[in-house]
Write a protein that binds this ligand. Sequence first.
Ligand code: SF4
Length: 149
Amino acid sequence: MKMKTKILVSACLLGENCKYSGGNNKNDEVIALSEEYDLVPICPECFAGLPIPRVPSEIKDGRVYSKNGEDLTDKFLDGAQQALYIAKECNAPCAVLKENSPSCGFGKIYDGSFSGKKIDGNGIAAQLLFDNEIQIFGESQIRCLKNLY
Ligand code: SF4
């Protein structure tokens, strides 16, 4: 039997309760990718040692701040490095990441004002993975993954 390609997936999309709120972003279409791929869950913010639940964070001028003003940039970078390590270990060509998150978002992120406004930009982990030649898909783009790898 052909080995399935391993791909990284934001754990919250798979139903893990790792969101800042203590909930998840379970997405059945993402979970169904397991028919074709070996899904490897990652949560860069958990890897960073941040608690669940936690105060939400957003990116402002390239740095990550929690809503109560704590600069968490170094922690987010640490979590991103751990996600990259896993990607390399399992030779993942791509990652399906939760859209708009300060870790996992790719293309659009919240603007740092905690008002729900989005701007162009990438989350810290998504950026690091992308810089290391890992293709990034948001959950709304997974149809592109059909027979891709
Ligand atoms: Fe989901 Fe990524 Fe946030 Fe973890 S860091 S809860 S995987 S969006």
